[in-house]
Ligand binder design. Structure first.
Ligand code: OOG
Ligand code: MG
Length: 269
């Protein structure tokens, strides 16, 4: 079977009920059981139907979407989470935090951090077969980023339909460092050190993300095509965690140091 098959099985009433549940867990920062515990037949397409229903609810309240992220694009992340297929999630403007700022932990369930390459597009990307080269041509600049993920599932344990419904654990993100043109460095072999409280937690290189982070952005475009969505010019796209993610708590300081791109940091309170 096609790993990106978007077959759907939920009726409208169940779709709205599951969306209510995810919205409540995200808004109150209370963990919930996996959606598939109650609806074992839930498909990947159902997970995306919940994710998009949630996105549409929030846009209707005036929140603004700035882009999308790739999830589970590295072996380290897939192994850590026990999931084998990459995902996408939407990014809202109010999820962003200023560089070096203090991120509250009391409105999150069990936050984790990961470092990523962010892409800002100057041209749209759409269609079923977007390539790495098309991504690089459409990119205005790349920028180092830290994503704060927060699964709303108890124990950070989930399966593919459940995590997709939970917007691929999206919570907060911060960009920093030195923006750089997409052709100014070899994006496949940039080293990165992720530090917590001054100690290196993980050391990796960008090739960990599908061989090249632009391939992860191409995958985002392909998944969005299957969902009837696309990446407009101006989109911000995060290409997925390069290392596994690390739990953080109030008092922690996290810094990601990227070869050639500078560093980006956050505090937790
Ligand atoms: C899913 C989110 C994954 C990434 O960069 O791989 C993600 C999770 O691990 O909770 O954002
Ligand atoms: Mg991520």
């Amino acid at each position: 079977t096609n790993p990106l098959s978007m077959g759907r099985s939920l009726d409208e009433r169940l779709l709205q009920a599951l969306t209510d549940r995810v919205e409540a867990a995200q808004t109150t920062a209370r963990a919930m059981p996996k959606l598939t515990d109650e609806v074992p037949g839930m498909t990947l397409g159902d997970g995306y139907a919940v994710q998009l229903a949630l996105r549409d609810r929030w846009l209707a309240t005036g929140r603004r979407q700035v882009g999308w992220k790739a999830g589970l694009t590295s072996r380290a992340k897939m192994d850590q989470m026990g999931v084998r297929v990459p995902t996408v999630g939407f990014l809202l403007a109010d999820m962003a935090r200023p560089e070096s700022s203090a991120v509250r932990t009391d409105d999150l369930v069990h936050p984790r951090v990961e470092c990523e390459i962010g892409f800002v597009l100057k041209a749209p990307l759409a269609g079923p077969d977007v390539t790495r080269e098309q991504v690089l041509e459409a990119t205005d600049f790349i920028v180092p980023a830290i994503e704060v993920i927060d699964s709303r599932y108890a124990g950070f344990k989930f399966d593919l339909p459940s995590v997709v419904a939970d917007n691929s654990s999206s919570a907060r993100y911060v960009t920093g460092g030195q923006p750089c043109g997409p052709h100014d460095l070899d994006l496949s072999s940039l080293g990165v050190v992720l530090e917590r409280n001054g100690e290196p937690q993980a050391i990796a290189a960008t090739a960990a993300v599908m061989g090249h982070p632009a391939d992860a952005v191409a995958l985002v475009a392909q998944v969005l095509h299957a969902l009837g969505e696309a990446l407009p010019a101006g989109s911000f796209v995060m290409s997925g965690g390069i290392t596994e993610a690390f739990a953080v708590k109030a008092g922690d300081f996290v810094c990601a140091r990227f070869q050639s791109l500078g560093s980006v940091g956050l505090r937790f309170v």
